[in-house]
Write a protein that binds this ligand. Structure first.
Ligand SMILES: [Zn+2]
Length: 81
């Protein structure tokens, strides 16, 4: 009579569950980061820019008048104070 070997296996369901848990943790981390970034941007925009003289609440502008996608570094430093 052959003895049945007991293999320690991870079931597919279990593997899937742990993978999705990992994924949701990663998404939560990402969401937190973007929420913080939005908060920082809001904070940065609450002060004027010393570099391009953008008024509080306005985006930074390039010398050509084209809005920058990101505020000037000096503005971020100013907002920190
Ligand atoms: Zn600026």
């Amino acid at each position: 009579m052959a003895k049945r070997k007991a293999y320690k296996t991870t079931t597919i369901a279990r593997a899937k569950a742990s993978a999705s848990k990992e994924r949701s943790a990663r998404i939560a981390k990402k969401e937190k980061a973007s929420r913080e970034a939005a908060l920082i941007l809001k904070h940065v925009l609450s002060v004027g820019c010393p570099t391009c003289d953008a008024a509080p609440g306005e985006k930074c502008n390039l010398a050509t008048g084209v809005p920058r996608t990101k505020p000037h570094r000096d503005r971020r430093w100013t907002a920190k104070d």
